[in-house]
Design a protein around this ligand. Structure first.
Ligand SMILES: NC(=O)c1ccc[n+]([C@@H]2O[C@H](COP(=O)([O-])OP(=O)(O)OC[C@H]3O[C@@H](n4cnc5c(N)ncnc54)[C@H](OP(=O)(O)O)[C@@H]3O)[C@@H](O)[C@H]2O)c1
Length: 263
């Protein structure tokens, strides 16, 4: 686990000065911020004139370093693997947030090894759940006290696979169904917090590259045809499209959306 810096700005007092100078500034954690949709979420939030403060996570330390060098005062980065639950729980607790966290974007995700259920090692199944689901629970638990106090928001990046039984995507789809359920339950258990899950569409990221290059062979023929041609037919969404929607939900999602699985 790497905790790179424990406070925003040059000194511990920076955060309170920043918040009084920019009263609309929000403090938001974004996981899976090193690529694809999560990177677009982070870029959108950082471009905002509201001068948000972000905690960004992922395993790719180079991308995180680059974010920090561009926004040394407004970005804290935590490089680590979301399957390491100690690392996950430490994130919200180790950083000096001075009693306030407004949003949690749980966007990281893996498709796992993408084998059919009959062929998949149970350890692979379990690891896919650990990364995609259990880490979200660990992160939510550690962030909840602050999110309750701020009437904050949790946005979970789900997938259409949550409601489609694509062959070879069983573990992945089950994890996304589980995080939809997490949002439904949190709506009832944590009424102070607005929690939504969202399917981003089919997006031009490394994950779609992996589907085309590594995972097609285990999929049904009709799905192979669909997923192998989307990119060349120009049918993949650019990451900034869902990225902007997710970023705006982390700031503005209305209470009546809580518990919903959004498109
Ligand atoms: N692309 C699509 O068409 C699509 C469709 C539906 C849903 N989604 C969902 O969208 C989310 C973002 O995916 P993406 O399409 O943007 O894919 P991506 O470009 O591959 O990005 C995945 C992100 O998750 C992080 N991540 C993956 N495994 C991790 C681990 N074990 N520990 C820490 N971070 C990890 C990656 O960071 P590091 O590599 O730096 O660790 C990266 O930042 C995922 O939840 C995915 O399921 C995508």
């Amino acid at each position: 686990m790497t905790i790179s810096q424990s406070h925003f700005g040059q000194s511990l007092s920076y955060i309170n000065k920043h918040r009084s100078f920019y009263p609309s500034s929000r403090t938001i954690i974004v996981t899976g911020a090193t690529a694809g949709i999560g990177l677009a979420v982070a870029e959108h939030l950082l471009r905002s004139s509201e001068q948000h403060l972000l905690v960004l996570t992922g395993r790719n330390a180079d991308v995180l370093r680059e974010f920090h060098s561009r926004y040394p005062d407004r970005v804290i980065t935590e490089a680590g693997d979301m399957s390491d639950l100690e690392f996950v729980s430490a994130i919200a607790q180790t950083i000096q947030l001075e009693g306030r966290l407004d949003g949690l974007v749980l966007n990281h995700g893996t498709m796992g090894s993408c084998f059919r259920i009959g062929q998949m090692e149970v350890e692979d199944w379990e690891n896919t759940f650990r990364v995609n689901v259990t880490s979200c629970v660990a992160m939510i638990q550690s962030a909840l006290p602050l999110l309750r106090a701020s009437h904050g928001r949790i946005v979970l990046t789900s997938s259409g696979a949550a409601t489609n039984g694509y062959s070879a995507w069983g573990a992945y789809g089950a994890t996304k169904a589980a995080i939809n359920h997490l949002a439904m339950t949190l709506k009832n258990e944590e009424p102070e917090v607005t929690t939504v899950s969202i399917r981003p569409g089919v997006v031009d990221t490394a994950m779609q590259g992996d589907i085309r290059e590594k995972f097609l062979k285990n999929m049904d023929e009709k799905d192979q045809i669909k997923f192998s041609t989307l990119k060349k037919d120009g049918k993949l969404l650019p990451p900034y499209k869902p990225g902007e929607v997710i970023a705006e939900l982390a700031i503005n999602a209305e209470k009546d959306l809580s518990g919903l699985f959004l498109r």
